[in-house]
Ligand binder design. Structure first.
Ligand code: ATP
Length: 290
């Protein structure tokens, strides 16, 4: 039996733009994604002898069978690599909030792919692993890739960008959920009023200019929030700004809000203020290498 524990890093969207609806029902996106230090820990054991994929999801509200993204990733790996599975056991220690716009499930899937590659096909290149990831979910290729990247298409076309400058982040997940398909359904691509300026974001990253990165944060989903959702997200953003955030925005299809801080003490104060109202508040930082 072989065993490995892989850190599955969450992501935030520094930008998110929706370019068009495609004939296949998906949308073409353009987004700058950033890996962050908040992570799950995924332990993968191979050669268990059962011939099955077994997932211990770590939480009752998460699926443990074929519905778990980690299960799907293992299944896709064996199929793509043409290897017979003689038994895999996956144990997830969950820290990333689920259904939060932070790619928690995708990160677990990517961790499984990396562990299985190392055990079974160490020569397989990253692009091949990302291709397998794309079959599992739109955010899995980025989670395999990591760092700072422009993601296009459904999220599977990745281009490395200059690493995000060091900073402190506060992450706050409000208690309500947002449905990704419902949010996509509300978007009218021709009516989007404010889109991300990707030229400005890339220039700020290349210059290592944290204020420039903060100024260029933008997520078009913020325009289609219902009044109650918008109110709460703006409130979280406001608490972060009042406590010294350079800027704050919702990540992915939400509802999590993250703020960027150039001082760790300010981030700590903002996190303390938010913890008086919210149960899921985290301090994090960008992670630029896998
Ligand atoms: P994204 O940012 O990629 O849109 P998300 O953070 O909004 O993702 P996830 O945390 O990946 O969402 O979870 C989405 C759904 O997937 C949840 O409803 C959850 O039940 C299911 N799921 C399956 N496997 C996992 C997993 N390993 N961790 C978390 N959620 C999982």
């Amino acid at each position: 039996m072989k065993e490995q524990t892989v850190l599955a890093h969450a992501k935030v969207n520094l930008t998110l733009d929706i370019l068009r609806r495609r004939p296949d029902g998906y949308h073409d996106l353009e987004m700058v994604m950033q890996s962050i230090s908040l992570h799950d820990a995924v332990t993968v054991r191979t050669e268990t002898g059962s011939g099955e994929i077994v997932v211990h999801a770590g939480r009752e509200d998460l699926p443990s069978g074929p519905e778990n993204i980690a299960w799907k990733a293992a299944d896709a790996f064996f199929e793509a690599a043409g290897i017979v599975n003689d038994g895999v056991e996956i144990t997830i220690e969950k820290h990333i909030p689920a259904a939060a716009g932070m790619a928690g499930g995708s990160a677990d899937g990517a961790a499984v792919l990396r562990a299985l590659r190392e055990f079974l096909c160490p020569e397989m290149p990253d692009v091949e692993l990302e291709r397998i990831g794309a079959r599992v979910g739109s955010d899995v290729p980025f989670c395999v890739h990591g760092g700072t990247a422009l993601a296009e298409g459904r999220g599977e076309r990745l281009t490395d960008l200059a690493p995000m400058p060091a900073c402190s982040m506060v992450i706050c997940k409000p208690d309500f959920g947002l449905s990704t398909p419902q949010l996509f359904g509300r978007v009218r691509v021709d009516d989007i009023a404010r889109r991300p300026d990707h030229g400005a974001m890339k220039a700020a990253l290349a210059a290592g200019d944290l204020s420039g990165v903060a100024d260029a944060l933008c997520n078009v989903f913020c325009e289609v929030l219902a009044e109650k959702e918008r109110h709460e997200i703006l409130h979280i953003r406001q608490v972060m700004l009042e406590n010294g955030a350079l800027n704050a925005v919702m990540t992915g299809s939400g509802p999590t809000v993250f703020g960027l801080f150039d001082k760790e003490t300010a981030a700590q104060t903002a996190a303390d203020a938010l913890r008086r109202e919210y149960a899921q508040v985290f301090l994090a930082e960008p992670v630029n290498q896998r």
